[in-house]
Design a protein around this ligand. Structure first.
Ligand code: SF4
Ligand code: SF4
Length: 289
């Protein structure tokens, strides 16, 4: 009883310490109140306040994808659809459909579809532990309750996919440990290709499906002709200046404002397309030189 009474009194002492603004949103003292120095009765005003979860906290998994404004591989899946996570998952709540090349029918190392039934998932973290590509991680988002079990709780690929920068934010220590083991901030494949100075599996696939060398040369020559014609038109005094190629700028979310992982799927897709357009513009500039 004495201990309870002490906590009760200390709560008021704490109130005085914060000038009776303990729960005011204007005073950001939440971490101090939840720290080891705080005294009194602890009441978290959920959902207005939420306890910070430790870095190793784990809830349902998510899939790591490249940042949507990555200069080379925007939005690219880190998952290679190897299926190891689905195999080790104790309650078997992961389903993966491997992508395949429509022309050759050969498998492509990326998932076409990826589902996790989050009601069956027991948050054991085996999938993240066993993934050889650091492509699946345990999330910190635990507010997943909804009234519709049938569709809302079967997470598909767009819902599961989150940018690498999100993982860096929620697990800053682990991300560095993983990077050291991997030897690079990049995906294993991309890092290996960079070390060899060769092509990634994607680039190799693109090269395999590229047009025959003769057609490629003709296409490049036609492009050069087009550029020369555009330059000539721009230099002609009477001619109207050729419009500059329009490259869509990345939305504000990429540089500030809303956090990138809080964007809607459409906004992320826009950022990805803008990054791809920038990449294509860089490639075409290289071709012109
Ligand atoms: S998440 Fe990892 S373990 Fe699972 S299929 Fe993708 S690469 Fe394999
Ligand atoms: S956390 Fe465990 S139960 Fe959930 S998907 Fe991963 S392996 Fe399966």
């Amino acid at each position: 009883m004495l201990l309870t009474l002490r906590h009760f009194v200390e709560s008021y002492v704490d109130d005085v310490r914060y000038g009776f603004k303990k729960f005011s949103p204007a005073v950001n003292n939440f971490e101090a109140r939840q720290g080891t120095q705080a005294t009194g009765v602890f009441t978290v005003q959920y959902p207005d306040e939420k306890l910070a979860v430790p870095e190793r906290f784990r809830f349902v998994p998510f899939l790591v994808v490249e940042d949507y404004d990555h200069p080379e591989r925007p939005g690219k899946d880190w998952c290679t659809s190897c299926g190891i996570c689905a195999k080790v998952c104790p309650p078997q709540c992961i389903w993966i459909v491997r992508n395949e090349d429509p022309a050759t029918g050969r498998p492509i190392p990326e998932p076409e579809a990826f589902f996790i039934d989050i009601d069956i998932c027991m948050n054991c973290g085996f999938c993240a532990e066993f993934c050889p590509f650091d492509a699946i991680k345990m999330d910190h988002d635990y507010e997943l309750a909804s009234f519709d079990r049938t569709t809302n709780h079967i997470f598909d690929k767009p819902k599961l996919s989150k940018e690498m920068r999100y993982w860096k934010t929620i697990a800053p220590t682990r991300v560095v440990e993983e990077m050291k083991v991997r030897g690079s901030w990049e995906h294993k494949d991309a890092a290996k290709a960079a070390r060899r100075g060769g092509a990634t599996r994607d680039a190799a696939r693109e090269a395999a499906t590229a047009p025959a060398p003769k057609a490629e040369v003709e296409a490049k020559e036609a492009k050069r002709e087009e550029v020369r014609a555009r330059k000539a038109a721009a230099e002609a005094p009477a001619a109207a200046p050729a419009p500059a190629p329009k490259v869509e700028a990345a939305p504000a979310a990429a540089s500030g404002g809303a956090k990138p992982w809080e964007e809607s799927h459409d906004d992320r897709e826009k950022r990805k397309q803008a990054a791809l357009a920038r990449k294509a513009a860089r490639a075409s500039k290289r071709d012109e030189q």
